[in-house]
Write a protein that binds this ligand. Structure first.
Ligand code: ADP
Length: 417
């Protein structure tokens, strides 16, 4: 029965995970609007009930196996005691075993079987614990995909700016067949401004994930100052990057801590970064300033920031880290046009002498970058300055004209800016 439970543990855990996902979603503040508007509650309830039924079936199967085990134990005990007592009775009746001897053997058999059962149960438990322990050990001993410690130290050579190069990099996400990136070659230096453009699903975010070593390439290599990044200390390597991901996460802790990503906050620096990210006025209006808790999960008095404000805080966090590479994945997607313009206008000031990699599907927002890489179906199909690309027939020109037409159409419509 222990082995059955052990062999089927993943089935049980997967069902448990599904149930907790549904319960969490149903209680999630963020999902409430959608659940309400689209009347999703009966959908959620139906899926929940279906999974609950599977979970109950699973538990029933487990209980059946346990019941069979218990029944076998009872039958064996019955057989064992029946045989021992039958034999003693036969001796008492046939060969004149005295009452005291009968009692002695009778008690001895009883005690003996209790001990044997105790030992067997003990072994059973030991077996169960060792199976459970082996799961824990399997988890602890699982190879680390990235070793945080060890590896070559990154020597900042002040005479040379950092150079990053992707050499024939191809990448497939684990357990997928399609290539998210194929034969990508690229080189850039600290101080340059690189824009990455392309349609949805063309591989832009994947490119960034590889660059920050959240994944290693399936084929090819990424070099920092000519050395494969896998050789460097992982901790030091990721310290080189500040990224605002599209789906960045702020936590329900004080604003200042969110900017510093730590309990200790350099207040002046945090305020400066928030100012640069366009959050200055809002910060000045907050009575608790950097101490203001965000969201309500941790503190009922927390402030519910808007999507655009959250994006500014995420940008401030990226600036606070002060890393040589700043990567912004659609950094203005949630900003209003005025805030968006402020980011563009201040971009050089914000990024300073750092390398900026700027991802966007809005081509007009990439014009200020020195170099633009155009992604299409996982390939870099074109690379160059805006002026060169817009003249050359190709994907960039196609996207540019499609978007220009869209903006032109908008301008023609009265009342729409
Ligand atoms: P973009 O940022 O240009 O919109 P992505 O880099 O996110 O594109 O996606 C490139 C391709 O990789 C897409 O086909 C997408 O479906 C796939 N993909 C992205 N993330 C994952 C993932 N975590 N697992 C499997 N496939 C993924």
């Amino acid at each position: 029965t222990n082995k059955w439970s052990y062999d089927h543990r993943q089935e049980g855990a997967a069902l448990g995970q599904k149930m907790s996902y549904i319960r969490q979603t149903a209680g999630d503040r963020g999902a409430l609007k959608d659940i309400q508007i689209f009347g999703m509650s009966s959908w959620l309830r139906q899926v929940h009930d279906a999974v609950l039924k599977l979970f109950r079936d699973f538990q029933l199967r487990e209980q059946r196996v346990r019941l069979l085990g218990d029944l076998a134990e009872v039958a064996l005990t019955f057989l064992r005691n029946g045989a021992a007592y039958g034999y003693l009775l036969a001796l008492a009746l046939g060969e004149g075993l005295s009452v005291s001897e009968f009692l002695l053997y009778f008690t001895a058999v009883g005690n003996f079987t209790t001990w044997v059962t105790g030992i067997l149960k003990g072994f059973g438990e030991l077996h169960q614990f060792s199976l459970e322990l082996s799961s824990v050990r399997g988890y602890i001993e699982a190879p680390e995909p990235f070793r945080m410690e060890g590896g070559k130290a990154i020597e900042p050579d002040t005479s040379l700016p950092y150079t990053l190069e992707l050499r024939d990099v191809s990448f497939r996400y684990p357990n997928t067949e399609t290539w998210a990136l194929r034969h990508v070659n690229m080189k850039f230096q600290v101080g340059s401004r690189l824009a990455v453009v392309g349609e949805n699903g063309s591989g832009k975010t994947t490119f960034i994930k590889l660059l920050c070593r959240l994944y290693d390439p399936t084929q090819g290599e990424i070099l920092l100052n000519g050395i494969d990044i896998r050789k460097y200390s992982y901790r030091q390597y990721i310290d080189l990057f500040s990224v605002v991901f599209q789906d960045f996460q702020l936590l329900a802790f004080p604003l200042g801590q969110n900017v510093a990503a730590a309990v200790e906050v350099d207040k002046g620096r945090a305020a400066r970064c928030l100012e640069m990210a366009g959050f200055g006025k809002r910060l000045a209006a907050l009575p608790q300033g950097l101490e203001t808790p965000l969201y309500k999960e941790f503190d009922e008095s927390g402030v519910q920031v808007s999507g655009g404000e959250a994006q500014k805080i995420a940008l401030a966090r990226a600036l606070y880290k002060d890393a040589p590479f700043v990567v912004l994945d659609e950094p203005t997607a949630a900003l209003d046009p005025v805030a968006e313009m402020e980011v563009y206008e201040n971009f050089d000031k914000i990024v300073g002498d750092k390398t900026a990699v700027y991802i966007s599907h809005r081509l007009s927002s990439c014009r200020f970058c020195d170099d633009i890489a155009v992604f299409d179906h996982g390939h870099i199909v074109q690379q160059g300055s805006h002026d060169a690309l817009v003249e050359a027939p190709g994907k960039y020109q196609e996207l540019w004209h499609a978007q220009a037409q869209y903006y032109a159409k908008q301008e023609k419509e009265p009342g729409v800016e």
